[in-house]
Design a protein around this ligand. Sequence first.
Ligand code: ADP
Ligand code: MG
Length: 453
Amino acid sequence: MAVREVEDIFTDIIDRTKTLDPANVRKWFDELTVLHLNGGSLGIGCPNEATAQFLQDNCKRSFILAAQQVTGYLITVDFGVSISEKSDGSSRRFASGSGDLVLQKKHKIAPLKLHPDYTFDNFVVGPSNRLVHASCVAVSQSPGNTYNPLFIYGNSGLGKTHILHAVCFEAQRKSNGAVIQFLSCEDFVNRFIRAIEEGDLSGFQSQFRTVDMLVIDDVQFLREREHSQEEFFHTFNALYNNGKQIILSADSPPGKIPSLEERLISRFNWGLVTRIDPPSYETRVAIVQKKAHLRSLDISDEIAEYIARKLHANIRELEGALTTICAVATTTDKAIDLELAQIALEGQIKAAIRHISITDIIEVVTSHFDVRLADLQSKKRSQSITEPRQICMYLARNLTKHSLEEIGGHLGGRDHTTVMHACSKIGQAQKSDPQMHALLGELTKQITQTPKA
Ligand code: ADP
Ligand code: MG
């Protein structure tokens, strides 16, 4: 294939992916390169490991589908870090073998798994998080020497995980070669349990006690896990005594974590304990703008202010709002203006204050498909009945807090495995079939926007 041709095809694939998966589009998609496209395999070069991992985890399916739609062939897709401009100044080769591609799985040491969005650059600083931000910057500049341990706490969705990733990115960039372990406390506990089962406790211990920096997210997970607490206590001591940096996050301060051993509480308080608060209106506006920029979305100040005014509980909601607006703009093929934002968000905002019932969902779905409730509840298994039934289950699972059993109960007394199967089937179709994607979006809009008496 000619180089030009490959590049054109690749551009089409990227464009198609952007339409298929608007929520995951990032500004740096423009920096992706094709490393090879041959033998039914497409190698995509990413700016760094974090972006490659992000695509691998979130976008692989959309890329495969896009490649298939653009070329008409079944194509496997791999993401790697491109070894960019060669030292001799020659540019990248296209349509070459996989020689230029450093595939993730070939790394000998498990790489730090960091989310490319979660950097200091992308973190908006305001009164609610200024102290946390400053202490994290200080620690990343000089690990082990400033605040040790650094303990960050605050409610869910306020940026704890984000800022921990940012510290790791920065410490890694500065130190070049320092061993950093970053994991959720749940991971720590699970790996500890597995080590015991496999009789490899010393392997586990050396993994954690020999690092230069240990970052553990959500340590409230240690509550009531006595054995893990004991292991963590020894890990902590080993690192601390060697001047290694420890950073922890939790949903409450050390003393408020239920059934946490006294000796751990006191150690967690040795360094700096700092709180992250809900963001003010101005910070929320800035966050919306930052997130939009990250996704190459063009939104006016008016829209950012509208979103920030309407949603304030946690920052995840702000992001959800952008995703919704983006999806509505793509499916309706309209430009993003305040009116579109208002229409798109009406559902989300109302849902935040209003409770959606399974009956609301059934009403919208039966009227859309022109079927009767009795049919949905019957034993009928024709496609024309099964599909709306499964869609009801999927929407009920996503829009209400009902259990699988309760949802099955509303739809003719079906058991929870049937509901689970329906949810995964429709969920997959939603990802792979643009028509299903649009249909679910439309139904959701109707369900969340139907005025309630
Ligand atoms: P937590 O770990 O406290 O539950 P996260 O770190 O997962 O919260 O944050 C939730 C979302 O909000 C993430 O997408 C994160 O990027 C975003 N976020 C939180 N605080 C900020 C901030 N100050 N600036 C930009 N984005 C933020
Ligand atoms: Mg978190």
